[in-house]
Design a binder for this molecule. Structure first.
Ligand code: FES
Length: 104
């Protein structure tokens, strides 16, 4: 069952920045890109690296470990060594608070 979780406030994530949020067992990255907010899995699909330690630019997150890149909006793996897409999650804003939907 899918549930919405309040993960942050819009003022807490600067433009072109990312924060890590843990919801139960799930590690998420929540991004602020071009005035919108997005959420993906927080761990790289290549090896165990926290993407919040990576670099955000032009809607792309670059992994800190081997510089694999993912599209923040779609989770698509863009460059080697990453080949598996990141999971992305629905995001909504209510009263300036950021909510992410997890679960099936
Ligand atoms: S762990 Fe992310 S690219 Fe290798």
């Amino acid at each position: 069952m899918a549930n919405w979780y309040k993960v942050s406030h819009v003022d807490e994530i600067e433009e072109d920045d990312v924060i890590q949020v843990d919801v139960d067992e799930t590690v998420l990255c929540v991004y602020h890109v071009d005035g919108s907010f997005f959420a993906t899995d927080g761990i790289c699909t290549h090896e165990h690296a926290c993407l919040t330690d990576g670099f955000v630019m032009d809607g792309v997150i670059e992994c800190p470990l081997h510089q694999g890149r993912f599209d923040i909006r779609t989770g698509k793996a863009l460059s080697p060594p990453v080949t598996v897409d990141l999971k992305v999650y629905p995001v909504k804003i209510e009263n300036s608070e950021i909510w992410v939907q997890l679960g099936e």
